[in-house]
Design a protein around this ligand. Structure first.
Ligand SMILES: *[C@@H]1O[C@H](CO)[C@@H](O)[C@H](O)[C@H]1NC(C)=O
Ligand SMILES: *[C@@H]1O[C@H](CO)[C@@H](O)[C@H](O)[C@H]1NC(C)=O
Ligand SMILES: *[C@@H]1O[C@H](CO)[C@@H](O)[C@H](O)[C@H]1NC(C)=O
Ligand SMILES: *[C@@H]1O[C@H](CO)[C@@H](O)[C@H](O)[C@H]1NC(C)=O
Ligand SMILES: *[C@@H]1O[C@H](CO)[C@@H](O)[C@H](O)[C@H]1NC(C)=O
Ligand SMILES: *[C@@H]1O[C@H](CO)[C@@H](O)[C@H](O)[C@H]1NC(C)=O
Ligand SMILES: *[C@@H]1O[C@H](CO)[C@@H](O)[C@H](O)[C@H]1NC(C)=O
Length: 682
């Protein structure tokens, strides 16, 4: 099958001509306190117990936080260390377990993409999608059934839709008019942005949350909702209206006295306009209040009668929150001195992080159940303003991300969206190739993406997943565990070890007793269990992270596909003693599959639809684009591009590894059940 040249839009040329690095505010540790190889920011960087060594990575990237080389010595083992042998007992029947969460879905761990970086991460136009993005999402969709992605953030507030932009661009940032302390640009976008999302959804099962502007209560701009509904149809999960309204006053978007009652009043104007807009046919798709807790607690909003008043419009309740911030580095403020990454480091390597984060929301998740509304954490990550180098971009964040998400699920949130910024942040689940560099370096998989994989696989596709924090080992904060029940039966267990000890002395062995006399049930241990390990040599590791033996590659070494051989361990259980013994390395996480269904899902068909970025393999149902067409269309051919590793700026410095999505109708039929291969168009 060959697709003709005219399928390629001008946007491919545009991206080449207008390639630039998307830095619109120096978020992250990149300017005020430059991150340099061999040094760290913070006040105790000379501390005797700490050393910094240069690890991997091309030094030219040290100025972009997403690729920094900072390395921190892992925290010492607690003294005395936690017991390295302990027991965990679970019933097989969920009704015997008190405190189980509400039923969760595979989509629990979702993503939040700042609207202004969609062209870096997703694609530059409907015809030009980023292959690695499709691959990463495909990994999650294959385990979770689908993926929930929000496109929005600060930039949604001043976004407006225009019919078209120069050179086929889908977004244009105008930083000059930005009136926001986060330097958020004013954003013009075209309907093609939404067509692009629709095209993505036809390739990978992604459903979308969008944001509508709330900056102007006299002139509501609902085009994103009107077009979104038309173009995305049932791929649309809902529209966030108001993003962190508790900060509107502080950020100068409203008078400094702006209160929850003012917000309540504005929501009356919003819902009236929403109701009156005949182009919006589904009215109950609104997500609010999305407060950040910086200034208002959720209770302050509930106490206005918000849900009682606007409930019929609300599809979800939401909040946004990060456990910490690294804002002082970007916005020096005497009241918010810079945080020392060395002091912050151990605060992410403890089960208490998640517990303390979730606790203030337990009242709200209880109320949300009464109101029958799902409660989302609409934007989160390790620390706002870009995260902490050495924490957000290391295996620390893989373990933290798992525990954060599972604790939220245990606490009856219905989903959490982990935020992406541009290349100046440390916490991205994955980061595109620097836009002015050639594709030779590849994409960078963030350690947090492995948390998404772990959680998607833990949740599975039944929509009946209930979990509970087991607090084993006398609730030791270094050795947490969650038990998972599906369809009312015990199915899986997640075990984490936050310590780093290459000697093996702090690996632990959990003895898991399943059902049996303690629960007045028959013994429930299976003959054997399957185990998948998430591993790295140290919590400070940035490149060598593996899930069930496979990696997505180190920095600049990923196209979103697994590398290496799948390694699923089988552990024999002792059915006479009714237990299975699972070893967990320091550091690491284990996902243990107990039930027949869970074992089948873990080991079964692992065919992930992939989108190749190299030469097309001629197999059944391969979609290709005539190479000669590409050779002339793009100023460069896929073939010569691959051999031309020097990477000139010619032809697509911004479009590294993109896929030509020729006609979606054709693709959809091809997709049915098969891996699809695309010829790269860069
Ligand atoms: C809201 O944003 C739009 C688009 O950027 C702008 O034209 C408008 O003036 C803003 N309104 C207010 C009240 O700030
Ligand atoms: C997807 O992209 C194609 C161009 O390749 C475009 O013609 C089509 O309208 C898009 N489809 C959707 C559903 O957005
Ligand atoms: C929970 O929130 C409601 C609504 O704001 C409030 O009335 C109640 O006091 C809160 N309960 C607790 C235990 O915080
Ligand atoms: C979650 O909700 C369930 C069902 O209402 C409840 O039993 C459980 O205690 C809640 N969990 C937490 C941590 O609040
Ligand atoms: C890419 O852009 C960065 C930031 O502007 C600059 O420091 C770097 O030298 C550029 N690299 C190339 C190869 O042009
Ligand atoms: C789980 O929920 C999703 C979304 O509502 C639905 O598409 C899917 O069919 C459900 N799966 C099962 C097994 O019920
Ligand atoms: C990667 O880490 C694993 C432990 O997780 C270790 O066994 C292996 O030697 C490491 N590989 C490299 C190349 O460092």
């Amino acid at each position: 099958m060959y697709y003709p040249l005219f399928a390629l839009s001008t946007c491919l040329f545009a991206s080449a001509v207008h390639a630039d690095v998307t830095i619109y505010g120096l978020l992250g540790q990149t300017t005020a306190a430059p991150v340099q190889t061999g040094t760290a920011t913070g006040t105790t960087q000379q501390s005797a117990t700490t050393s910094f060594v240069t690890t991997h990575g091309p030094p030219q990237y040290t100025e972009l936080a997403a690729y920094n080389n900072i390395y921190m010595e892992p925290p010492a083992i607690p003294n005395p260390p936690p017991a390295n042998q302990f027991a965990i007992g679970v019933p097989t029947d969920a009704t015997l377990m008190n405190g189980l969460s509400i039923k969760q879905s595979g989509t629990f761990f979702g993503f939040s993409i700042e609207m202004s970086v969609v062209n870096q991460l997703i694609g530059s136009c409907p015809q030009d999608l980023k292959v690695p993005f499709l691959n990463y999402m495909s990994i999650i969709a294959e385990k979770a059934g689908s993926v929930h992605v929000r496109v929005g953030g600060n930039t949604q507030e001043t976004a407006f839709v225009v019919p078209s932009l120069d050179d086929g661009k889908i977004i244009e940032k105008n930083k000059e008019d930005a009136s926001n302390p986060t330097s958020t640009p004013i954003l013009a976008l075209t309907p093609d942005l939404l067509y692009m999302l629709a095209n993505v959804s036809s390739l990978v099962n992604i459903n979308w949350y969008l944001g509508v502007p709330f900056n102007d209560t006299a002139n509501w701009r609902f085009q994103i909702a009107e077009l979104g509904e038309q173009i995305l149809g049932d791929r649309l999960l809902g529209f966030q209206a108001a993003n962190e309204p508790d900060l509107y006053g502080a950020h100068g978007h409203r008078p400094s006295s702006y209160s929850p009652f003012d917000f309540f009043g504005e929501y009356a104007l919003f819902t009236q306009a929403w109701e009156a807009d005949t182009q919006i046919t589904r009215k109950n798709t609104v997500i609010a209040p999305s407060t950040s807790y910086a200034l208002w607690s959720p209770e302050q909003v509930w106490d206005t009668g918000f849900v009682e008043a606007y409930g019929p419009y609300l599809s979800h309740l939401a909040v946004e929150h990060y456990p910490s911030d690294n804002c002082a580095v970007v916005w020096p403020d005497p009241n918010n001195p810079p945080r020392d990454p060395l002091v912050m480091f151990p605060q992410y390597l403890t089960h208490n992080a998640g517990i303390n984060f979730a606790k203030p929301y337990l009242n709200s998740t209880r109320l949300a159940q009464q109101w029958d509304k799902p409660f989302l954490l609409f934007e989160t990550n390790s620390a706002s303003c870009g995260g902490f180098p050495g924490i957000s971009d290391t295996f620390t964040s893989s373990l933290w991300g798992i525990d954060h998400a599972l604790q939220l699920a245990h606490s009856n949130f219905s989903g959490a969206l982990f935020h992406f910024g541009g290349q100046t942040v440390s916490y991205n689940p994955f980061t595109a190739v620097p836009t002015n560099e050639s594709a030779v370096h590849g994409w960078t998989t963030g350690p947090l993406f492995y948390s998404a994989v772990f959680v998607a696989e833990l949740m599975g596709q039944s929509n009946t997943t209930q979990l509970i924090d087991m607090l084993p080992n006398n609730a030791n904060d270094q050795t947490p565990a969650y038990a998972v029940f599906e369809n009312g039966k015990f199915s899986k267990m997640a075990l984490l070890n936050y310590m780093t000890d290459p000697s093996g002395a702090n690996d632990y062995t959990a003895t898991i007793y399943v059902g049996g006399s303690g629960w007045n049930e028959p013994n429930g241990a299976p003959a054997s269990v399957k185990v998948k390990y998430l591993r790295a040599p140290s919590v400070s590791e940035k490149d060598n992270i593996t899930w069930a033996g496979q990696t997505l590659g180190g920095r600049f070494a990923s196209d979103g596909r697994w590398q290496g051989d799948l390694d699923i361990q089988t552990v024999q259980c002792d059915q006479t003693q009714n237990m299975c013994q699972i070893k967990v390395p320091a550091p690491g996480a284990a996902l243990v599959f107990f039930s027949d269904e869970a074992q089948a899902a873990a080991t079964g068909d692992n065919d992930i639809a992939t989108f190749v970025t190299t030469a097309v393999t001629k197999t059944k149902n391969t979609v290709t684009v005539d190479p000669s067409v590409l050779a002339t269309s793009n100023g460069d051919s896929g073939k010569s591009r691959l051999s031309n590793m020097g990477g000139t700026s010619q032809g697509g410095s911004n479009g590294a590894m993109s896929v030509v999505a020729p006609g979606v109708a054709a693709l959809v039929s091809v997709l049915a059940g098969m891996s699809v291969f695309f010829r790269v168009s860069r």
